[in-house]
Design a protein around this ligand. Sequence first.
Ligand code: NAD
Length: 377
Amino acid sequence: MPICVGIPKEITEGERRVAIVPAVAEKYTKKGYKVILQKDAGAQSFFNDGDYDDISYVDSAREVFEQADVILKVQPPTVEEIDLMREGSIVIGIMQPHRYPERVAKMRDRKISSIAMELVPRISRAQSMDVLSSQASVAGYKAVLMGADLCSQFFPMLTTAAGTIRPARVLIIGAGVSGLQAIATARRLGAIVEAYDVRAVTKEQVQSLGAKFLQLDVNAESSGGYARELTEAEKHKERDMLADHVAHANVVISTAAIPGRKAPRLIDRNMVERMHPGAVIVDLAAESGGNCEVTEPGKTITHHGVIVHGPVNVPSMLSVHASEMYARNLMNLLELMVVDGELKPDWEDEILAGSSLTRDGQILHEPTRTLVEGGQS
Ligand code: NAD
Protein backbone atom coordinates (compact mmCIF):
# COMPACT_ATOMS: atom_id res chain seq x y z
CA MET A 1 0.00 0.00 0.00
CA PRO A 2 1.43 3.41 -0.92
CA ILE A 3 1.81 5.96 1.82
CA CYS A 4 -1.22 8.26 1.75
CA VAL A 5 -0.51 11.95 2.35
CA GLY A 6 -3.56 14.13 3.00
CA ILE A 7 -3.93 17.89 2.89
CA PRO A 8 -7.07 19.53 4.25
CA LYS A 9 -8.01 23.13 3.53
CA GLU A 10 -6.59 25.53 6.12
CA ILE A 11 -9.44 26.88 8.23
CA THR A 12 -7.65 29.39 10.46
CA GLU A 13 -8.81 32.91 9.67
CA GLY A 14 -6.27 34.83 7.59
CA GLU A 15 -4.20 31.75 6.70
CA ARG A 16 -3.62 31.71 2.96
CA ARG A 17 -0.79 29.21 2.74
CA VAL A 18 -1.21 25.56 1.83
CA ALA A 19 0.97 22.61 2.84
CA ILE A 20 1.39 21.26 -0.71
CA VAL A 21 1.99 23.04 -4.01
CA PRO A 22 1.70 21.43 -7.46
CA ALA A 23 5.46 21.02 -8.01
CA VAL A 24 5.87 19.25 -4.67
CA ALA A 25 2.74 17.12 -5.24
CA GLU A 26 4.36 15.89 -8.45
CA LYS A 27 7.47 14.89 -6.51
CA TYR A 28 5.34 12.91 -4.03
CA THR A 29 3.44 11.06 -6.74
CA LYS A 30 6.63 10.27 -8.67
CA LYS A 31 8.05 8.74 -5.51
CA GLY A 32 4.95 6.53 -5.24
CA TYR A 33 2.95 8.34 -2.55
CA LYS A 34 -0.80 8.68 -2.84
CA VAL A 35 -1.83 12.33 -2.37
CA ILE A 36 -5.32 13.38 -1.29
CA LEU A 37 -6.24 17.04 -1.38
CA GLN A 38 -9.40 18.62 -0.08
CA LYS A 39 -10.92 20.52 -3.00
CA ASP A 40 -9.89 24.17 -3.13
CA ALA A 41 -7.17 23.72 -0.48
CA GLY A 42 -4.64 25.67 -2.57
CA ALA A 43 -7.03 28.33 -3.83
CA GLN A 44 -5.97 31.01 -1.35
CA SER A 45 -2.44 30.65 -2.69
CA PHE A 46 -3.72 30.71 -6.28
CA PHE A 47 -3.01 27.00 -6.79
CA ASN A 48 -6.19 25.70 -8.34
CA ASP A 49 -7.31 22.08 -8.20
CA GLY A 50 -6.51 21.56 -11.89
CA ASP A 51 -2.88 22.57 -11.27
CA TYR A 52 -2.18 19.43 -9.22
CA ASP A 53 -1.60 16.37 -11.44
CA ASP A 54 -2.22 12.72 -10.57
CA ILE A 55 -3.67 13.30 -7.12
CA SER A 56 -7.11 12.50 -5.64
CA TYR A 57 -9.54 15.16 -4.56
CA VAL A 58 -12.09 14.87 -1.79
CA ASP A 59 -14.90 17.20 -0.78
CA SER A 60 -14.30 17.39 2.95
CA ALA A 61 -11.56 17.47 5.55
CA ARG A 62 -13.31 14.48 7.15
CA GLU A 63 -12.44 12.35 4.11
CA VAL A 64 -8.82 13.54 4.20
CA PHE A 65 -8.50 12.58 7.87
CA GLU A 66 -10.19 9.19 7.31
CA GLN A 67 -7.82 8.14 4.55
CA ALA A 68 -4.46 9.81 5.19
CA ASP A 69 -1.55 8.13 6.96
CA VAL A 70 0.17 11.50 7.20
CA ILE A 71 -1.72 14.79 7.39
CA LEU A 72 0.12 17.92 6.28
CA LYS A 73 -1.01 21.24 7.77
CA VAL A 74 0.19 24.80 8.00
CA GLN A 75 -1.68 25.89 11.15
CA PRO A 76 -2.16 23.49 14.07
CA PRO A 77 -5.29 21.33 13.74
CA THR A 78 -8.28 22.51 15.76
CA VAL A 79 -9.88 20.33 18.43
CA GLU A 80 -12.71 19.57 15.96
CA GLU A 81 -10.22 18.52 13.30
CA ILE A 82 -8.31 16.32 15.74
CA ASP A 83 -11.57 14.62 16.66
CA LEU A 84 -11.94 13.56 13.02
CA MET A 85 -8.44 12.04 12.78
CA ARG A 86 -7.76 8.33 13.01
CA GLU A 87 -6.04 7.22 16.18
CA GLY A 88 -2.32 6.83 15.43
CA SER A 89 -2.31 9.25 12.47
CA ILE A 90 0.74 11.39 11.93
CA VAL A 91 0.10 15.12 11.60
CA ILE A 92 2.80 17.65 10.72
CA GLY A 93 2.41 21.42 10.92
CA ILE A 94 3.47 24.62 12.66
CA MET A 95 1.91 23.65 15.98
CA GLN A 96 2.48 26.73 18.21
CA PRO A 97 1.96 24.57 21.34
CA HIS A 98 2.36 27.48 23.80
CA ARG A 99 -0.57 29.21 22.10
CA TYR A 100 -2.85 26.18 21.74
CA PRO A 101 -2.20 23.87 24.71
CA GLU A 102 -5.75 22.47 24.51
CA ARG A 103 -5.05 21.21 21.00
CA VAL A 104 -1.88 19.49 22.19
CA ALA A 105 -3.85 17.83 24.99
CA LYS A 106 -6.41 16.65 22.45
CA MET A 107 -3.71 15.20 20.19
CA ARG A 108 -2.26 13.41 23.20
CA ASP A 109 -5.65 11.97 24.14
CA ARG A 110 -6.41 10.86 20.56
CA LYS A 111 -2.94 9.21 20.38
CA ILE A 112 -1.96 11.31 17.37
CA SER A 113 1.75 11.47 16.46
CA SER A 114 2.18 15.19 15.99
CA ILE A 115 5.30 16.89 14.71
CA ALA A 116 5.91 20.62 15.15
CA MET A 117 7.93 21.97 12.24
CA GLU A 118 9.11 24.92 14.30
CA LEU A 119 10.78 22.52 16.75
CA VAL A 120 13.01 20.90 14.12
CA PRO A 121 16.53 21.36 15.52
CA ARG A 122 18.56 23.92 13.58
CA ILE A 123 21.40 21.58 12.71
CA SER A 124 22.96 21.50 9.25
CA ARG A 125 21.29 18.18 8.33
CA ALA A 126 17.90 19.78 8.95
CA GLN A 127 18.45 23.02 7.03
CA SER A 128 16.15 21.91 4.22
CA MET A 129 13.37 21.39 6.78
CA ASP A 130 13.85 24.70 8.59
CA VAL A 131 10.50 26.48 8.45
CA LEU A 132 11.66 29.16 10.89
CA SER A 133 14.20 30.24 8.28
CA SER A 134 12.03 29.84 5.20
CA GLN A 135 9.09 31.71 6.68
CA ALA A 136 11.23 34.35 8.43
CA SER A 137 12.91 35.31 5.19
CA VAL A 138 9.47 35.83 3.65
CA ALA A 139 8.51 38.02 6.60
CA GLY A 140 11.69 40.10 6.43
CA TYR A 141 11.19 40.83 2.75
CA LYS A 142 7.51 41.69 3.12
CA ALA A 143 8.11 43.89 6.18
CA VAL A 144 10.27 46.23 4.14
CA LEU A 145 7.67 46.42 1.39
CA MET A 146 5.02 47.25 3.99
CA GLY A 147 7.32 49.88 5.49
CA ALA A 148 7.97 51.41 2.07
CA ASP A 149 4.26 51.44 1.36
CA LEU A 150 3.37 53.22 4.60
CA CYS A 151 6.25 55.68 4.23
CA SER A 152 5.52 58.93 2.40
CA GLN A 153 9.04 59.17 1.01
CA PHE A 154 11.07 57.49 -1.73
CA PHE A 155 13.54 54.84 -0.57
CA PRO A 156 16.18 55.50 -3.28
CA MET A 157 18.10 58.69 -3.90
CA LEU A 158 16.72 60.36 -7.02
CA THR A 159 18.28 63.10 -9.09
CA THR A 160 15.49 64.73 -11.02
CA ALA A 161 14.77 68.00 -12.82
CA ALA A 162 12.66 68.86 -9.80
CA GLY A 163 15.63 68.49 -7.50
CA THR A 164 17.51 65.77 -5.66
CA ILE A 165 15.65 63.46 -3.36
CA ARG A 166 17.56 62.12 -0.36
CA PRO A 167 17.39 58.35 0.20
CA ALA A 168 15.31 57.03 3.09
CA ARG A 169 17.06 55.99 6.29
CA VAL A 170 16.01 52.52 7.36
CA LEU A 171 16.93 50.95 10.68
CA ILE A 172 16.65 47.18 11.06
CA ILE A 173 16.68 45.90 14.64
CA GLY A 174 17.57 42.22 14.93
CA ALA A 175 19.75 40.74 12.20
CA GLY A 176 18.65 37.10 12.25
CA VAL A 177 17.09 35.44 9.23
CA SER A 178 14.25 37.95 8.79
CA GLY A 179 16.44 40.97 9.64
CA LEU A 180 19.10 40.03 7.07
CA GLN A 181 16.44 39.57 4.41
CA ALA A 182 14.98 42.95 5.40
CA ILE A 183 18.41 44.59 5.06
CA ALA A 184 18.90 43.07 1.60
CA THR A 185 15.45 44.20 0.49
CA ALA A 186 15.80 47.75 1.82
CA ARG A 187 19.22 48.01 0.15
CA ARG A 188 17.78 46.81 -3.16
CA LEU A 189 15.22 49.59 -2.89
CA GLY A 190 18.07 52.06 -2.46
CA ALA A 191 17.68 53.04 1.19
CA ILE A 192 20.54 53.87 3.55
CA VAL A 193 20.40 51.01 6.02
CA GLU A 194 21.63 50.68 9.59
CA ALA A 195 21.21 47.48 11.54
CA TYR A 196 21.73 46.23 15.03
CA ASP A 197 21.77 42.88 16.79
CA VAL A 198 22.95 41.73 20.20
CA ARG A 199 24.90 38.87 18.62
CA ALA A 200 28.32 40.24 17.61
CA VAL A 201 28.64 37.58 14.89
CA THR A 202 25.99 39.41 12.84
CA LYS A 203 28.28 42.42 12.30
CA GLU A 204 30.01 40.92 9.26
CA GLN A 205 26.74 39.60 7.82
CA VAL A 206 25.17 43.06 8.12
CA GLN A 207 28.17 44.77 6.57
CA SER A 208 28.36 42.28 3.71
CA LEU A 209 24.84 43.35 2.72
CA GLY A 210 25.94 46.97 2.51
CA ALA A 211 24.44 48.19 5.78
CA LYS A 212 26.12 49.95 8.69
CA PHE A 213 26.32 47.89 11.88
CA LEU A 214 25.50 49.69 15.12
CA GLN A 215 27.97 48.60 17.70
CA LEU A 216 27.21 48.07 21.37
CA ASP A 217 29.78 46.40 23.60
CA VAL A 218 27.35 43.63 24.51
CA ASN A 219 27.52 40.18 22.99
CA ALA A 220 24.49 38.17 23.92
CA GLU A 221 25.08 35.11 21.79
CA SER A 222 23.82 32.04 23.59
CA SER A 223 23.37 28.34 22.77
CA GLY A 224 22.42 27.26 19.24
CA GLY A 225 23.46 30.63 17.79
CA TYR A 226 20.47 32.39 19.41
CA ALA A 227 20.37 35.50 21.57
CA ARG A 228 19.98 35.35 25.34
CA GLU A 229 17.89 37.81 27.30
CA LEU A 230 19.88 40.92 28.28
CA THR A 231 20.47 41.97 31.87
CA GLU A 232 18.66 45.12 33.09
CA ALA A 233 21.90 47.14 32.79
CA GLU A 234 22.47 45.88 29.25
CA LYS A 235 18.88 46.71 28.31
CA HIS A 236 19.38 50.34 29.43
CA LYS A 237 22.62 50.58 27.50
CA GLU A 238 20.92 49.17 24.42
CA ARG A 239 17.97 51.57 24.57
CA ASP A 240 20.32 54.54 25.07
CA MET A 241 22.36 53.54 22.05
CA LEU A 242 19.31 52.91 19.87
CA ALA A 243 17.35 56.04 20.83
CA ASP A 244 19.14 58.48 18.48
CA HIS A 245 19.16 56.03 15.58
CA VAL A 246 15.44 55.33 15.98
CA ALA A 247 14.78 59.11 16.17
CA HIS A 248 16.51 59.73 12.85
CA ALA A 249 15.09 56.78 10.91
CA ASN A 250 12.34 57.18 8.34
CA VAL A 251 11.47 53.50 8.68
CA VAL A 252 12.29 51.08 11.50
CA ILE A 253 11.82 47.35 10.96
CA SER A 254 12.10 45.45 14.21
CA THR A 255 12.61 41.70 14.17
CA ALA A 256 14.22 40.96 17.54
CA ALA A 257 13.21 37.73 19.22
CA ILE A 258 14.41 35.35 21.92
CA PRO A 259 13.29 31.74 21.43
CA GLY A 260 10.54 30.70 23.84
CA ARG A 261 10.22 34.14 25.42
CA LYS A 262 8.29 37.34 24.95
CA ALA A 263 9.94 39.61 22.38
CA PRO A 264 12.40 42.08 23.94
CA ARG A 265 11.01 45.60 24.36
CA LEU A 266 13.47 47.83 22.49
CA ILE A 267 11.50 50.89 21.43
CA ASP A 268 9.64 52.61 24.25
CA ARG A 269 6.96 55.27 23.99
CA ASN A 270 9.47 58.14 24.42
CA MET A 271 11.59 56.83 21.58
CA VAL A 272 8.54 56.75 19.29
CA GLU A 273 7.66 60.30 20.31
CA ARG A 274 11.14 61.51 19.31
CA MET A 275 10.68 60.24 15.72
CA HIS A 276 9.70 62.51 12.83
CA PRO A 277 6.00 62.72 12.03
CA GLY A 278 5.34 60.36 9.12
CA ALA A 279 8.10 57.97 10.18
CA VAL A 280 7.12 54.30 10.18
CA ILE A 281 7.74 51.37 12.49
CA VAL A 282 6.99 47.85 11.24
CA ASP A 283 7.08 45.60 14.27
CA LEU A 284 7.55 42.02 13.07
CA ALA A 285 7.54 40.87 16.69
CA ALA A 286 3.94 42.09 17.13
CA GLU A 287 2.58 38.57 17.63
CA SER A 288 5.02 37.73 20.40
CA GLY A 289 4.52 40.89 22.47
CA GLY A 290 6.12 43.49 20.19
CA ASN A 291 9.54 45.16 20.14
CA CYS A 292 7.79 48.52 20.40
CA GLU A 293 5.79 49.62 23.42
CA VAL A 294 2.90 51.12 21.43
CA THR A 295 2.47 48.29 18.89
CA GLU A 296 -1.00 46.79 18.66
CA PRO A 297 -0.91 43.34 17.02
CA GLY A 298 -2.85 43.19 13.78
CA LYS A 299 -3.30 46.98 13.66
CA THR A 300 -1.77 50.06 12.12
CA ILE A 301 -1.92 52.95 14.55
CA THR A 302 -0.55 56.48 14.56
CA HIS A 303 1.21 57.61 17.72
CA HIS A 304 2.47 61.21 17.82
CA GLY A 305 2.40 61.26 14.02
CA VAL A 306 4.44 58.05 13.79
CA ILE A 307 2.82 55.14 11.95
CA VAL A 308 3.24 51.93 13.93
CA HIS A 309 2.32 48.76 12.09
CA GLY A 310 2.00 45.43 13.92
CA PRO A 311 1.34 42.82 11.22
CA VAL A 312 0.46 39.24 12.13
CA ASN A 313 1.09 36.10 10.09
CA VAL A 314 3.23 37.95 7.57
CA PRO A 315 4.40 34.82 5.66
CA SER A 316 0.77 34.17 4.72
CA MET A 317 0.71 37.50 2.87
CA LEU A 318 3.21 36.12 0.36
CA SER A 319 1.33 32.85 0.20
CA VAL A 320 2.66 31.53 -3.12
CA HIS A 321 6.34 31.47 -2.26
CA ALA A 322 5.79 30.91 1.45
CA SER A 323 3.75 27.79 0.55
CA GLU A 324 6.34 26.62 -1.96
CA MET A 325 9.12 26.79 0.60
CA TYR A 326 6.99 25.36 3.39
CA ALA A 327 5.80 22.46 1.25
CA ARG A 328 9.42 21.58 0.43
CA ASN A 329 10.40 21.81 4.12
CA LEU A 330 7.56 19.39 4.94
CA MET A 331 8.47 16.91 2.20
CA ASN A 332 12.09 16.85 3.33
CA LEU A 333 11.00 16.03 6.87
CA LEU A 334 8.55 13.37 5.74
CA GLU A 335 11.19 11.71 3.58
CA LEU A 336 13.21 11.20 6.74
CA MET A 337 10.45 8.88 7.99
CA VAL A 338 10.26 6.72 4.91
CA VAL A 339 12.37 3.64 4.25
CA ASP A 340 11.91 1.67 0.99
CA GLY A 341 8.54 3.30 0.35
CA GLU A 342 7.22 2.50 3.81
CA LEU A 343 6.56 4.73 6.74
CA LYS A 344 9.16 3.65 9.30
CA PRO A 345 10.03 6.66 11.42
CA ASP A 346 13.10 6.35 13.60
CA TRP A 347 11.76 8.35 16.52
CA GLU A 348 15.24 8.35 18.09
CA ASP A 349 16.61 10.38 15.17
CA GLU A 350 17.68 13.79 16.53
CA ILE A 351 15.40 15.65 14.12
CA LEU A 352 12.27 13.61 14.84
CA ALA A 353 13.02 13.39 18.54
CA GLY A 354 13.37 17.18 18.72
CA SER A 355 10.22 17.98 16.75
CA SER A 356 7.83 15.33 18.10
CA LEU A 357 5.12 16.94 20.16
CA THR A 358 2.80 14.04 21.00
CA ARG A 359 2.88 10.30 20.43
CA ASP A 360 1.27 7.20 21.97
CA GLY A 361 -0.81 9.27 24.37
CA GLN A 362 2.10 11.35 25.66
CA ILE A 363 3.38 14.87 25.29
CA LEU A 364 7.04 14.52 24.40
CA HIS A 365 8.16 18.14 24.24
CA GLU A 366 9.18 18.96 27.80
CA PRO A 367 8.18 22.67 27.99
CA THR A 368 4.80 21.86 26.44
CA ARG A 369 4.25 18.97 28.83
CA THR A 370 4.90 21.31 31.75
CA LEU A 371 2.53 23.89 30.26
CA VAL A 372 -0.27 21.40 29.60
CA GLU A 373 0.14 18.99 32.49
CA GLY A 374 1.76 21.25 35.07
CA GLY A 375 3.15 19.23 37.97
CA GLN A 376 1.35 16.00 36.98
CA SER A 377 3.59 13.08 36.10
P1 NAD B 1 15.16 34.86 16.12
O1 NAD B 1 13.97 34.97 15.23
O2 NAD B 1 15.04 34.08 17.38
O3 NAD B 1 15.67 36.36 16.50
C1 NAD B 1 15.84 37.35 15.53
C2 NAD B 1 17.05 38.16 15.89
O4 NAD B 1 16.79 38.99 17.03
C3 NAD B 1 18.28 37.32 16.26
O5 NAD B 1 19.32 37.63 15.35
C4 NAD B 1 18.61 37.77 17.67
O6 NAD B 1 20.00 37.79 17.92
C5 NAD B 1 18.01 39.15 17.70
N1 NAD B 1 17.80 39.72 19.05
C6 NAD B 1 17.37 39.11 20.17
N2 NAD B 1 17.33 39.97 21.20
C7 NAD B 1 17.74 41.18 20.71
C8 NAD B 1 17.93 42.47 21.29
N3 NAD B 1 17.68 42.69 22.59
N4 NAD B 1 18.37 43.46 20.50
C9 NAD B 1 18.65 43.24 19.18
N5 NAD B 1 18.49 42.04 18.59
C10 NAD B 1 18.05 41.02 19.34
O7 NAD B 1 16.41 34.29 15.36
P2 NAD B 1 16.54 33.61 13.93
O8 NAD B 1 16.56 34.66 12.90
O9 NAD B 1 15.52 32.54 13.79
O10 NAD B 1 17.95 32.91 14.03
C11 NAD B 1 19.03 33.49 14.68
C12 NAD B 1 20.28 32.69 14.39
O11 NAD B 1 20.07 31.27 14.58
C13 NAD B 1 20.75 32.75 12.96
O12 NAD B 1 21.28 33.91 12.54
C14 NAD B 1 21.74 31.59 13.03
O13 NAD B 1 22.89 31.92 13.70
C15 NAD B 1 20.97 30.57 13.79
N6 NAD B 1 20.36 29.71 12.77
C16 NAD B 1 20.94 28.50 12.53
C17 NAD B 1 20.40 27.70 11.53
C18 NAD B 1 20.99 26.36 11.20
O14 NAD B 1 22.05 26.04 11.63
N7 NAD B 1 20.27 25.54 10.46
C19 NAD B 1 19.32 28.09 10.79
C20 NAD B 1 18.78 29.33 11.07
C21 NAD B 1 19.29 30.12 12.07
